[in-house]
Design a binder for this molecule. Structure first.
Ligand SMILES: [Fe+2]
Length: 304
């Protein structure tokens, strides 16, 4: 009997750009797809929220203790050699800047990921199999003259000011504003790519999600802040605490920001988020991927 793969298999694909402004030397028009994985043995506890009809899941207990220890040790030692300020005012006020991996560090991280991240890739493979969708990352790097967006982002923080929380509100990706790159349509239709503006996760449409994993120092506590605020249209917010090895799935067009820190005097600590932007691409015109993702996540939930 042929054995079934248990490891994540990732393929490289090239992406075509739809907007000329991204035709710059820093753009890397590559994406990665996760092959369907039939075997799976993990579960988690789930907290789910709906934000104006969009989904948000906070999942705990998915990673093993060993993976958690390894990611903590990795995060402590890894180089995040690019500095970023939430905004000009935080730089002026002397805030410690956030750090992120540069292009080379990011590439090495993706090529030889810590075991927890490999387990996350296995989850993508499993969801691809169960939901009968193709899962790919967004393009590796899209860069115009002013901005850069990457499918893998890292954000290492020692602190975060109220100002950075307020000014940092953003959406990761909103296909209603049009697409910067081609997403192939996998079922028979007149057009073979999605290039009109579409509502994220509508029936028969791709669902663009952000998946984030937190790692923290061993002295970090959720009450020190630096979790994530997610915002409804009416301004009402939902806060997800920063907890070591918590995984958060959310739709790319939900507005969000990093919560300010509240770290007691004399305590030095850190937290990092590893962020992946992925596309669930339907294979049939009648697939409702928002529903289907909820169903599969619910199936993996540990019943308490
Ligand atoms: Fe974000």
């Amino acid at each position: 009997m042929a054995s079934l793969p248990e490891e994540a298999i990732i393929n490289k694909e090239s992406v075509s750009l739809l907007l000329d402004c991204y035709n710059t030397p820093n753009t890397i028009p590559l994406a990665f797809s996760f092959e369907p994985l039939p075997i799976f043995d993990r579960s988690f506890t789930m907290q789910n929220h709906s934000i104006d009809g969009r989904s948000l899941y906070a999942l705990n207990g998915y990673f093993t203790e060993k993976e958690g220890k390894e990611l903590r040790a990795f995060s402590k030692e890894a180089s995040f050699s690019q500095k970023i300020f939430g905004n000009h005012e935080s730089e002026q006020s002397g805030e410690i800047p956030a750090k992120m991996m540069n292009g080379k560090e990011r590439w090495q991280f993706f090529e030889r990921p810590p075991s927890a991240i490999h387990s996350l890739f296995r989850l993508f493979g499993y969801l691809s199999n169960k939901m009968d969708v193709k899962i790919t990352t967004l393009p590796w790097c899209l860069s115009d003259q002013k901005t850069t967006s990457t499918c893998l982002a890292t954000n290492f923080l020692n602190e975060n000011s109220k100002m950075s929380e307020t000014h940092g509100k953003h959406q990761d990706y909103n296909p209603e504003n049009g697409l910067a790159f081609t997403i192939p349509c996998l079922y028979g239709s007149e057009e073979n790519i999605y290039h009109s503006h579409f509502s994220n996760g509508g029936v028969g449409k791709p669902l663009i999600m952000t998946v984030m994993v937190y790692a923290t120092a061993d002295n970090f506590l959720p009450e020190y802040g630096m979790g994530t605020f997610f915002y409804h249209h009416d301004g009402k917010e939902i806060k997800i605490d920063c907890r070591h090895m918590q995984m958060v799935f959310f739709e790319g067009d939900i507005w969000h920001a990093i919560e300010e820190s509240r770290i007691p005097e004399g305590i030095k600590t850190w937290r990092v988020s590893y962020v992946f932007k992925i596309i669930f691409n339907p294979k049939r015109s009648d697939q409702d991927l928002r529903q289907s993702l909820f169903h599969e996540i619910k199936n993996l939930e540990i019943s308490t």
